[in-house]
Design a protein around this ligand. Structure first.
Ligand code: NAD
Length: 366
């Protein structure tokens, strides 16, 4: 199969981690007889420097015209003082909205080899951590009006949060469908004791539940959910929630699995053209040092193969190669065990070497 992939390397560690993922994709293409072509897209700080815009229209057009998009990360201190609409992250929000990808799927799964890297106690980790957060991606407070006005001699900042029934219904369906393919338990997370948008969220979810009698729907307030994720994560199968709550909870969920560097994500709308990215940011503190973990990006590429290109065997091969590399004791700095004895059983390697090891194991796993 021939597939055209729009590639956004972005800022900070973005070019390093995407470089490794592309080499993995090249090897998969050779092993399974596919042809992947890459179309480079500037987005984020690098696009501001080059074009004066975090996502010029022609770059967005390239993404929409591709079979899918692979993204590293954008942003960094260099662009912190850029005015709001021109910030690197605005490019990302425009990309998600322009591609119409309203559903962000973030798995939180502990790799057994990394149990010692989880900050949770072994008694909690032993019960297992394997759930998915389905986050609404192109609505809510991130897409509302933002303004700062002067009132009574002081500044007042306003961020608008809205959701329509149809916006909630389409993400709710993804939540129910995802749960249906797993353990059939859906937890809808909101703040209905305070927010009108959350009360509407809850009402729409319960109406939808009538169409999915095989799925058990529960409700949870977001503050309780933040606590339950660290106290008893094994209770969750699928969590469905709005944009900002999902952003925060998925970072928390990633940390209990060991490292933010391990977690991939997929964002999909009504077409098969998806956006695939690790959930972390551009990690400017470690950029250019070859210590970033490329696994989240490599697993994002695997998700692309599975969900957008219908290549489950190829995706599986990548996942098995990652698992085999972890079995062999290879670790980037972020997933090294903190315990001295455990650390002695591992080999600390950099970003490039991790990519190379995964490629070596691909051949064995096919
Ligand atoms: P971050 O995720 O970039 O970094 C948080 C911490 O995790 C840092 O200590 C970093 O070194 C570490 N880390 C992140 N990814 C890692 C990896 N692959 N391997 C090893 N360690 C890793 O979050 P931040 O520091 O809050 O944000 C930095 C910049 O990234 C900001 O400009 C922010 O706006 C941007 N950002 C971009 C995205 C995106 O592009 N999707 C997402 C979040 C943040």
């Amino acid at each position: 199969m021939d597939k055209k992939i729009a590639v956004i390397r972005g800022d900070g560690i973005g070019p390093e981690i995407v470089g490794e993922a592309l080499q993995v994709l090249d090897d998969v293409a050779k092993l399974y007889g596919h042809e992947f072509t890459y179309d480079d897209v500037d987005m984020g700080g690098c696009a501001i420097d080059k074009w004066g815009d975090p996502l010029p229209q022609e770059m967005l057009d390239k993404c929409v015209a591709s079979d899918s998009v692979l993204l590293g990360a954008v942003g960094g201190p260099k662009w912190n003082d850029v005015p709001g609409p021109m910030r690197p992250e605005k490019g990302l929000l425009r990309l998600r909205a322009g591609m119409g990808v309203y559903s962000n799927n973030r798995p939180a799964k502990i790799w057994p080899q990394l149990a010692a890297a989880s900050p949770l106690s072994p008694a909690i980790v032993e019960k297992g951590i394997d759930f998915i957060i389905v986050r609404e991606l192109i609505g809510g407070i991130y897409f509302g009006k933002h303004e700062t006005v002067e009132e009574n001699g002081e500044l007042k900042a306003i961020d608008e949060l809205t959701y329509t029934e149809s916006e909630i219904e389409r993400i709710g369906r993804i939540g129910f469908e995802t749960a249906r393919k797993r353990n059939k338990q859906l937890c809808s997370v909101e703040k209905s004791n305070v927010l009108d948008s959350s009360r509407l969220w809850k009402k729409v979810m319960h109406k939808l539940a009538e169409e999915y009698p095989d799925v058990i729907l529960t409700d949870m307030l977001v503050d309780n959910c933040a606590m339950q994720i660290v106290k008893n994560p094994s209770q969750f199968d699928v969590i469905v929630t709005e944009n900002m709550f999902g952003d925060i909870l998925s970072d928390e969920a990633s940390m209990i699995t060991g490292s933010i560097g391990m977690i991939p994500s997929s964002s999909l709308g009504s077409s098969s053209c998806g956006l695939y990215e690790p959930i972390h940011g551009s990690a400017p503190d470690i950029a250019g040092t070859d210590i970033a973990n490329p696994i989240g990006t490599i697993l994002s590429a695997a998700m692309m193969l599975k969900y957008s290109f219908d290549m489950p065997k190829e995706a599986d091969c990548i996942e098995k190669a990652v698992s085999a590399v972890l079995d062999a004791g290879y670790r980037t700095a972020d997933i090294m065990p903190t315990d001295v004895e455990e650390a002695q059983k591992c080999v600390k390697i950099g970003c490039k070497e991790m990519g190379k090891q995964i490629r070596l194991h691909l051949r064995k796993e096919k």
